[in-house]
Design a protein around this ligand. Structure first.
Ligand SMILES: Cc1cc2nc3c(=O)[nH]c(=O)nc-3n(C[C@H](O)[C@H](O)[C@H](O)COP(=O)(O)O)c2cc1C
Length: 186
């Protein structure tokens, strides 16, 4: 697929077919990830490919967070079970972490580079006929999530990428035009 077509047709997808994602395809995504631009070549990105056990463990953390305010224990357990079931059903999932430099400037650049690596994954996946959903949020800081994913001290969990063959084709979200957001300087 042409790169421009991949950029235009990429969507965040929530529904996947049950087809497993081939290991070679995941390897291709990660090989594309490590080609991202990277000031000082710090190569800060770290990837974990979750197997069924890890998807379940991470799902249990998401479920526990979601059930936090549910008072009735049976209802809370039902919430956890539902989230674990949907996490377990994902065809594939990749956790993206980054090393943490002591230098704040490098740290910021490394975060940017890691997100560029993420974009390489999303677009390469699209080119392979796969779909993705990038997710972040407060769970990234949750020690239970770090433990479920084995993120060591000295690394920051940056994002989760759900991955699989899409079973839905979401409409594009409305976006402001580039022209409207661009100033051409003399
Ligand atoms: C840094 C980042 C974090 C995101 N985190 C989440 C998330 O936690 N949960 C979620 O449902 N979507 C998340 N998204 C996906 C966006 O909601 C999605 O990209 C946006 O709605 C535009 O839709 P599209 O990706 O289909 O164009 C995230 C996207 C980015 C770039």
């Amino acid at each position: 697929m042409d790169l421009s077509d991949a950029i235009r047709s990429r969507r965040s997808v929530r529904q996947f077919t049950g087809r497993p994602v081939r290991r070679e395809d995941i390897e291709r995504l990660l090989e594309a990830a490590v080609l991202a631009p990277n000031h000082r070549m710090t190569q800060p990105w770290r990837f974990s490919v979750l197997g069924p056990e890890a998807r379940r463990a991470y799902g249990a953390v998401l479920g526990a967070r979601k059930a936090h305010r549910v008072e009735d224990p049976a209802a809370a357990q039902a919430v956890v079970d539902k989230v674990v079931a949907s996490a377990s059903a994902l065809p594939a999932q990749v956790a993206v972490a980054m090393t943490l430099s002591d230098n704040p400037e490098v740290r910021e650049e490394d975060y940017a580079a890691t997100m560029m690596a993420v974009q390489n994954i999303l677009l390469t996946a699209r080119g392979l006929g796969l779909a993705t959903h990038l997710k972040t949020g407060a769970v990234m800081e949750d020690p239970r999530a770090r433990a479920a994913l084995g993120i060591p001290d000295g690394q920051r969990l940056v994002a989760m990428i759900d991955l699989g063959e899409p079973s839905e084709a979401p409409e594009p979200k409305p976006r402001r035009s580039a022209a409207e957001l661009t100033t051409w300087l003399p």
